[in-house]
Design a protein around this ligand. Structure first.
Ligand code: C2E
Ligand code: CA
Ligand code: CA
Length: 868
């Protein structure tokens, strides 16, 4: 008997393992009916063997049939086509020779159905029982017919021989019919090959059985000879099949491992998080792996459950017979409750309908399976999935020890390979993604964009900067800033859709790539993104506001012929820097490049400039109103650049702030200022100097200590040092700035709020700050002469400042009219071009000498008063 099982065809001979189809069930019942009827007919038609009635042959035949099927071996005919050889013809031909019809029939049916029923395979049992009735009836009928045809002249074994050969042919015809009914078909070529192979094996088996019978019955002690020969052949076969199996198992193992590795190579490149999970269900490589396992185990179905991405849900892939609908739809919860998927340890578990607990029976029935091998796939530190193999494709035998062992080894190989793959994927993912937002990072953006940038003539790179990000981070702490970045990233992703490459470059700066976008379209998208990002962010119970600026560059505008991602990003960055409040979205123009270059140079050259003496401090006097007494000066930094000439602090201070070198700047200015105050003190003059502080300095916890050291070093009373801080600077991060301010205040230095009126805070807010002085922003003072509104602002600041006990300073006093108005309002101190422009050290000293007179102060100290 032969049983070729190829990848695609279920063996029609050797019993069917599954029926899912009504047509087949009807066919099985019909076959059983036909079988029984023909058995009855044949039984009554056959002449009674009477004296031959050897009842003891029954049990022997049962054993024979069982053994014949058990000893079946798989032979690799060609790769992919296995040929299962069993020896059923041997007991059959012997039965035909010696035993009555009823006995052979009973033995065959008992051996077959007994085994099948033992495994509770009902529908298969009906078909197979029917098949056995038909087989034995045909065998005896054909044998009788041949014997009658030959009469006594022919060979005495002719009937048995032909009768036996007829059986596998009948079985094949019925098997192919059943296959057809189950909706499957076999190609004609395959069918013919199957018939031929079956015939060859049947001939060999039958002949061997006859020879054995002849020798056993004619030669004295011939039986012993036969037993010896069969034992030898069987042993050789078993050893050979064991070897074959081992070799094939090894092949399967290496193939599966290889495939797993290969399937991983597919997921290269930095795809966006949206589609980053490795899709097991749509991966051919995984399907082939499942197929290979199924083929190797000779199983009816293999279910591969796998979670390649720790965040994703378990995916299920089936090879062979599809899972019943209900099982296919099973969600993760039901699979968590599935008794067959409770997988402690990592060993293979074998479930059979025959000896399973009630819930396992349920689980098997849900799978429409009679037996199942289940093994977990355990990675280094978690469950990666599981492999299930259902129903071995064989008439009687279920999964065996070798199958279990193979599956165990396969599972461990598979798990290791998946683990390695995951690790690789993680490493690759981490290399290309920003851990905070899950968006691409700069290298990831480079990778993702390089190719499409080269291929699409019209493409645009956008740079989006979340504007107040640093201040939010400083003000509310890193975690808050991070949450805003994440929220902003999500808003952009939602707005752009899942397919547009989106990266977080650093801090609150993002990059977007628009393939094939026209400039107007890009501008629209930029505006949309900006609008989306400007919607207030609810963080905990607070609402944080942020604004965004966007710069973009079209490939065609880029001066380079074939710009790479970095060139595009750099230009988009230049465009971002060129944005303003009035124009928060800007497109790159080549002329912007110069500005960028200059800024870049300023940033990189600052420290060098400081050490090389290019940085100096100028002083602008402050005079008391109305007494005109010079109370001190504001220290204003200057940079005399060898190439650019005089650089405005408004230009380079923000650049220096961005690099973190602002501490160096502040310390430098403070040191110069204190030196000057000391000099004046030595001359008996008590004049203070105001130093401007940047936002960053206010966040520096060490700053008050450095101030204390500097004051001591120059031996200057703290009251002669003023720090000017902008309102927005304090507001940006009150939580961090306030302690620093309090400590500065505790030192005794004077704190002034600069540019007052330009920020958002109310004067009442000042009450909570440890400040002594408020400086009205020069824009109001300058506008006072022409704008009544400005006048009103100045007046109210003076009044409110005084009501809070603050000294009120007006800066930007350019003319007498303004000064007079300020005097009338009661403003305490004036500063501006009317009095003097900021002057270098020497010129400031000269100004003091030329424009002031020494007078005796109220407490008998020397003071300088401005002369008319
Ligand atoms: P600020 O603190 O508001 O400084 C006052 C600015 O107004 C100075 O500009 C000054 O020259 C200018 N100014 C003074 N009087 C008049 C006037 O009557 N009319 C007009 N139109 N302007 C007048 P400057 O020196 O260019 O400084 C600009 C800004 O740079 C400063 O604004 C300050 O925020 C920053 N800055 C200057 N030096 C430093 C420093 O050492 N450290 C820090 N962190 N920032 C500094
Ligand atoms: Ca100032
Ligand atoms: Ca100011």
């Amino acid at each position: 008997m032969s049983d070729p099982a190829s990848n695609s065809a279920t063996a029609p001979r050797g019993g069917l393992t599954r029926s899912t189809n009504r047509g087949f069930s009807v066919f099985a019942v019909a076959l059983l009916a036909v079988g029984v009827l023909s058995a009855v007919a044949v039984g009554s038609w056959l002449p009674d063997r009477g004296g031959h009635s050897l009842l003891w042959a029954g049990p022997l035949l049962v054993v024979g049939f069982l053994l014949a099927e058990q000893l079946a071996i798989n032979v690799d005919v060609r790769s992919g086509v296995a040929w299962t050889i069993s020896f059923t013809e041997i007991p059959l031909v012997l039965g035909l020779l010696v035993a009555p019809f009823e006995v052979v029939l009973a033995a065959h049916v008992v051996a077959g159905v007994g085994t099948l029923l033992g495994r509770r395979i009902l529908d298969r049992a009906i078909y197979n029982a029917g098949l056995m009735f038909v087989e034995i009836s045909v065998a005896f009928a054909v044998a009788e017919g041949v014997n009658r045809a030959f009469g006594s002249s022919g060979p005495p074994w002719a009937g048995a021989f032909v009768g036996t050969i007829a059986v596998p042919l009948v079985a094949i015809v019925l098997g192919l019919t059943a296959l057809q009914l189950m909706g499957k078909s076999m190609r004609v070529g395959n069918g013919v090959r199957l018939v031929l192979q079956t015939l060859v094996v049947a001939l060999l088996n039958t002949a061997a059985g006859l020879v054995a019978y002849e020798i056993a019955t004619t030669t004295p002690w011939g039986g012993v000879l036969i037993v010896l020969v069969f034992a030898g052949i069987s042993a050789t076969y078993l050893a050979y099949s064991g070897l074959l199996r081992e070799q094939r198992d090894l092949e399967a193992l290496s193939e599966v491992s290889l495939r797993v590795a290969r399937s991983g190579q597919r997921a290269t490149g930095p795809r966006d998080p949206a589609d980053d999970a490795d899709d097991v269900e749509n991966n051919d490589e995984w399907q082939l792996i499942a197929d290979r396992i199924r083929e190797q185990l000779n199983a009816d179905r293999v279910v591969l459950r796998l979670r390649t991405d720790p965040q994703a849900s378990m995916q299920t892939l089936v090879s062979g017979e599809p899972l019943p609908e209900a099982m296919r739809r099973a969600d993760s919860r039901s699979s968590r409750e599935d008794p067959m998927l409770q997988l402690p340890g990592s060993h293979v578990r074998y479930f059979r309908l025959a000896d399973a607990s009630e819930d396992v029976v349920d689980a098997l029935v849900r799978r429409d399976a009679r037996e199942a091998l289940v093994v977990p796939l355990r990675g280094a530190n978690q469950l990666l999935g599981a492999v299930e193999a259902h129903d071995r494709l064989s008439r009687w035998r279920g999964f065996g020890k070798a199958d279990i062992q193979l599956l165990r080894t396969l599972a461990s190989h598979l798990a290791t390979a998946v683990d390695n793959r995951r690790l690789l994927a993680r490493l690759r993912h981490d290399a290309y993604h920003d851990p905070l937002t899950g968006l691409l990072n700069r290298p990831g953006f480079r990778e993702a964009v390089a190719e499409p940038l080269r291929q699409t003539p019209a493409s645009v790179v956008l740079r989006v900067d979340l504007d107040v990000l640093s201040t939010v981070s400083d003000a509310l702490g890193q975690a808050w800033g991070n949450r805003m970045v994440v929220a902003a990233g999500r808003r952009m992703r939602d707005s752009l859709g899942p397919d547009v490459p989106l990266a977080r470059l650093e801090g609150g700066s993002f990059a977007v790539f628009l393939a094939g976008a026209k400039a107007e379209h890009a501008h629209e998208i930029a505006e949309r993104l900006r609008a989306g990002l400007s919607v207030p962010y609810p963080v905990d119970r607070l609402t944080v506001e942020a604004t965004a600026i966007v710069g973009y560059v079209a490939k065609s505008v880029c001066e380079v012929d074939e710009p790479d991602v970095d060139a595009m990003l750099q230009r988009a960055d230049v465009a971002v820097r060129a944005t303003s409040e009035a124009e928060p979205v800007r497109s790159y123009a080549p002329s912007m490049g110069q500005i960028f270059l200059r800024r870049f140079q300023l940033v990189t050259q600052f420290r060098h400039a400081l050490e090389g003496g290019q940085i100096s401090v100028h002083y602008q006097p402050k005079v008391a109103l109305p007494s005109r007494q010079v109370v001190g000066a504001e220290a204003l930094v200057r940079w005399k650049h060898p190439e650019f000439g005089r650089v405005d602090p408004d230009e380079f201070v923000p650049a220096v702030e961005a690099t973190g070198l602002v501490d160096v700047l502040t310390d430098f200015v403070m040191d110069r200022a204190l030196e000057r105050v000391r000099m004046w003190l030595d001359r008996g003059l008590r004049m203070s100097i105001a130093v401007n502080l940047s936002v960053r300095t206010l966040a520096d916890e060490q700053f008050p200590d450095r101030v204390a050291v500097a004051l001591e070093h120059h031996d200057v009373p703290p009251g002669l040092l003023t720090f000017e801080l902008t309102e927005s600077g304090v507001m940006a991060d009150p939580e961090r700035a306030l302690p620093v301010l309090r400590r500065l205040h505790a030192l005794g230095v004077v704190l002034a709020v600069d540019d007052f009126g330009t920020g958002y805070s109310s004067l009442a807010y000042l009450r909570q700050l440890p400040v002594d002085e408020v400086k009205i922003d020069k824009s109001f003072v300058l506008g006072m002469g022409t704008d009544l509104g400005d006048m009103a602002v100045v007046r109210s600041i003076v009044e409110l400042g005084h009501s809070l006990g603050l000294v009120v300073v007006a800066e930007g006093v350019e003319d007498d009219a303004a000064r007079d108005q300020l005097v009338a309002m009661g403003c305490d101190i004036a500063q501006g071009y009317l009095i003097s422009r900021p002057l270098s050290e020497e010129r400031f000293e000269a100004w003091l000498r030329a424009r002031t007179v020494q007078v005796r102060g109220a407490r008998d100290e020397t003071v300088l008063t401005l002369v008319h």
